[in-house]
Design a protein. Structure first.
Lengths: 550, 243, 101
């Protein structure tokens, strides 16, 4: 199928058709939503909370970028500046990037993709959402009343002894949010093992499911270590025992080891689902099977494993021994390999494909370009000699924003736009969505490319002032941030609009082959009238047959 | 007429309970059969226990790290802990593990009354464990082993610890309290779970055909025992070789 | 959950072995071994006890292979966390620090 043969959107009927029963209209009332067991409703609950968090974190950094227009930084005080970037980091890392793709898209799509009626433990799924909301509320309370000025990394002993801000409430919120993602991960792993439809072998699973599995695997093993690290930090702060404080005999590096043991795998928790989304969208809009399916599937597991071996590359200049640094540097080079494998396979999928530039595809193509660039800069950071100079500069900030914003957020937008018709039964405006994708792409480049330049030239991160020669780049970056803000606000507009005024879509507006597209849009309460039987792999676009077509 | 029937009409009950987590079918809709559900639940508990391993593992890592930095001081600190009560508690927990598995065994043979007795003994031994722990904590309190609350630097200097290294003693003792405290918390949760299981077993809820919650509780209880198996030598037996 | 029913005598025998091993744990700790000896001895005995509890009491011996994968994963991840962290702690004092402080 080419773009010319994609099914046209259904014309608006003369009178509204009688709505089929789906998960949205099967029961009404706040209680039926707040006490739901339905993974799809829980996904929508997460969508609302996560989106709110995204814009709060974005608001914080907007003030920072405004402040950084001038080298003297006249907008906010140094103290407020510290609290603002901490708020941005804490919210974006723990309350947006980590939960967004698993809790929104994973919750919604995973059972549908494997032909199940729900996740393995629906009540635990609801508990996860409540843990997220309570943790988020708690942390927001801490952030918005007094704030925290330690950075999202909470390094001891500043966070445990010296700072007088709201560290403990923030950490409590983070521990709760951590358990939220842990239980989601547990649910996904168990579901993928035990609730697959008949005929759905492991190597017939969509890559998104493999990605969710790998993400959950990381969550399960890394979150408990962070929880304990934060609990020890809280206890040190409350009891003044110096487990991490050198003045009292403790070792500050111990905190960093424990913190980064989670936080490095965490960045793979953030990016793996994005890679899964891209692996769904590219085959669909290139009308071609994913090249090297088994390599892509296994590379997700490889990333999950290798991600645990590299954490101290965040600590090269913190005081670890040369021996340890050498080991971690070597291992950090290794972890780039499976990601590169994925990029090659996506590119090979595009080659000689019949490409349609629908909005999800635009976002995912942007992902491939920006993630690859950002990933390459990670190799510079893994090199000990280079890291000496660029550690704690804007080079690092640009690196991870390329991957997280240029990569993950774009992939999430792609996934949201891809599965929006499935989740809501409505189609959004193609014109506005393509415009938003373009604005985001341009805004992104303008915001973060200058940061590589200033970082390489030595501008330190987390400083509220900088030397005047960096001003041009900072102004460019702030200008880009304002464009990016517009780009992110647009979807709020047209997606909301589509909920009420968008044309109703059929079951499969994109002509995709996955199981989730073989049920109605929006799906009924129990997903499938009859449990599907799977006969083929997930990307048979050459035959054009869906997974459950014999 | 149940409370539900007096408060809500049938239509309201459908709206409120059938689509919420309060719906109470034993076999959930996403499972093909009860054995399918039971096996999945057991696997779920194993996965959860894996996370608990990493949770406690972090604390073991911390103790080990400080032992690497200053073995002598850490071992001196460990000597002051009460390994005799620790040993008794080890025996108590191991015995409780046996009782737990015998309870499951009895249920597999449809001997619900026997299972109930075994579960009561399991919970009872758990309470014994906590009792001995309380005694031990009180002795620690009397002996000034609570850094931040009741601690005497001079005592340790008299024992041969250099003044600059007292910090390590405090850190080790702090980790002792955190580790045994979290373990005791898990034992408490376990006792509550086992007690609930005992009550439900007495009511005949479980049998050879379906005893999944019992199985899952057993896994949790044995895990708590395994943590103690590692915790005991790590905290209590580091310094005994100097005696 | 497994269908195989293990006999009561097996369980009681395992408990007896566990109690003996506990006595051994305490006894060995009093021996004047070098530190590495104590670590190895203590860990080995504890691992033996834990294996008995996991294999017999938790029915891992009769559980599907998937359960074994979870147990192996626990052990592997603990090993990763310990070995890589101690690559820093065990080399302190003997090797030069990284520049920057």
């Amino acid at each position: 199928m080419t773009i010319a043969t994609l099914p046209p959107p259904a014309p608006l009927p003369a009178e509204p058709p009688a709505e089929r029963s789906n998960y949205l209209n099967v029961s009404y009332g706040v209680v039926s939503w707040l006490l739901t067991k339905d993974h799809k409703r829980i996904a929508i609950l997460y969508l609302i909370s996560v989106t709110a968090m995204f814009f709060l974190g974005g608001a914080a950094i907007s003030i920072v970028r405004l402040h950084l227009i001038t080298p003297q930084g006249a907008l906010v005080s140094a103290d407020t500046y510290n609290r603002l970037f901490t708020m941005h980091g804490v919210i974006m890392v723990f309350f947006f990037l980590v939960p967004v793709a698993p809790a929104v898209l994973g919750n919604f799509c995973l059972p549908l993709m494997i032909g199940a009626k729900d996740l393995a433990f629906p009540r635990i799924n609801l508990l996860s959402w409540y843990l997220y909301v309570v943790g988020g509320a708690w942390t927001l309370y801490a952030m918005l009343t007094e704030g925290v000025d330690t950075g999202w990394t909470f390094y001891a002993p500043y966070s445990s002894q010296a700072t007088h801000y709201n560290v403990v409430p923030t950490l409590i919120g983070l521990v709760l949010a951590g358990f939220s993602s842990l239980f989601t991960g547990l649910n996904f792993i168990v579901t993928t093992h035990w609730l697959r439809a008949p005929g759905l072998t492991w190597f017939r699973l969509p890559i998104f499911v493999w990605a969710m599995y790998a993400t959950s695997f990381i969550s399960l093993l890394a979150v408990p270590v962070l929880a304990m690290a934060l609990i020890l930090l809280m206890l040190e702060r409350l009891l003044h025992i110096g487990i991490f404080d050198p003045a009292l005999g403790g070792d500050p590096l111990l905190f960093q080891h424990l913190f980064w043991f989670y936080s490095h795998p965490a960045v793979y928790i953030m990016i793996l689902p994005g890679m899964g989304i891209v692996s769904e969208v590219i085959p669909c809009f290139a009308r071609k099977a994913l090249f090297g399916y088994k390599f892509v599937a296994c590379s997700s597991l490889a990333i999950a494993f290798l991600s645990f071996l590299v954490w101290a590359h965040h600590m090269f200049v913190a005081g670890i021994t040369l021996y340890a640094a050498l080991i971690f540097s070597c291992l950090s080079f290794l972890v780039a390999v499976p990601s590169a494998i994925k990029v090659f396979n996506w590119t090979a999928t595009l080659y000689k494909g019949s490409i349609a530039f629908e909005t999800p595809m635009l976002f995912c193509l942007g992902f491939v370009a920006l993630f690859t660039s950002g990933g390459l800069t990670g190799l510079f950071l893994a090199t000990l000699g280079v890291d000496m100079h660029v550690h704690d500069t804007y080079f690092v900030i640009a690196h991870f924003h390329f991957i997280m914003v240029g990569g993950m957020v774009m992939a999430y937008m792609g996934g949201l736009h891809f599965w929006w018709p499935k989740m809501t039964g409505r189609m959004y405006s193609q014109w506005w969505s393509r415009l938003a994708a373009l604005i985001i792409f341009v805004g992104f480049f303008l915001t973060f490319l200058p940061q590589f330049v200033v970082g390489y030239n030595g501008m330190p991160r987390r400083y509220y002032q900088y030397v005047p020669e960096f001003q041009v780049w900072n102004v460019l970056s702030s200008a880009g941030a304002s464009i990016l803000a517009v780009g992110y606000l647009l979807p709020l507009g047209y997606l909301f609009y589509s909920l009420r005024y968008g044309p109703r879509t059929g079951d499969n507006p994109w002509g995709a082959t996955g199981l989730e597209w073989q049920t109605s849009s929006p799906p009924p309460r129990d997903n499938f009238a009859v449990t599907p039987t799977v006969y083929r792999g997930p990307y048979e676009y050459d035959t054009g047959k869906a997974q459950n077509e014999p | 007429m149940s409370l539900r029937d007096t408060l809500f009409t049938p239509a309201e009950q459908t709206a409120l309970f059938d689509h919420t987590f309060l719906a109470r079918e034993r076999l959930e809709e996403q499972y093909a059969s009860l054995p399918h559900q039971s096996e999945t639940a057991a696997f779920g508990m194993w996965v959860f226990l894996a996370t608990e391993v990493m949770f406690f593992g972090t604390l073991f890592l911390a103790v080990g790290a400080y032992w690497c930095l200053d073995p002598q001081t850490i071992e001196l600190a460990s000597l002051e802990l009460n390994w005799k009560i620790g040993s008794i508690n080890t025996f108590v927990l191991l015995a409780s593990s046996l009782m737990m598995v015998l309870a499951i065994h009895a249920t597999q043979l449809n001997q619900q009354k026997q299972a109930y007795r075994y579960l009561l003994i399991t919970a009872g031994l758990g309470i014994c464990f906590l009792g001995f722990k309380a005694v031990e904590y009180y002795i620690d309190y009397r002996e000034n082993l609570i850094p931040g609350f009741k601690f005497d630097d001079a005592e340790w200097i008299a024992r041969g610890v250099d003044a600059s290294r007292i910090g390590y003693v405090k850190i080790f003792l702090f980790l002792y309290w955190v580790m045994t405290g979290f373990h005791a918390l898990h034992v408490t949760i376990g006792i509550i779970a086992v007690s609930v299981m005992a009550v439900l077993t007495r009511r005949g809820r479980y049998s050879r055909e379906y005893y999944s919650p019992l199985d899952v509780t057993g896994l949790y209880w044995h895990f708590v025992d395994v943590v103690w198996i590692f915790l005991f030598p790590t905290l209590y037996l580091l310094g005994t070789h100097t005696l | 959950m497994s269908d195989k029913i293990v006999s009561t005598s097996t369980y009681i025998a395992v408990l007896a072995i566990l109690l003996v091993l506990t006595v051994l744990t305490v006894g060995v700790s009093f021996l004047p071994l070098p530190p590495i000896g104590h670590v190895i001895a203590g860990l080995t005995i504890a691992a033996l006890k834990a294996s008995l509890v996991v294999l017999v009491f938790m029915h891992a011996m009769h559980s599907p292979r998937l359960t074994w994968c979870v147990i192996v994963a626990c052990i592997v991840w603990l090993l990763i966390m310990f070995s890589l962290t101690y690559s820093d702690y065990l080399t302190r004092g003997s090797l030069p620090q990284m520049p920057g402080h």
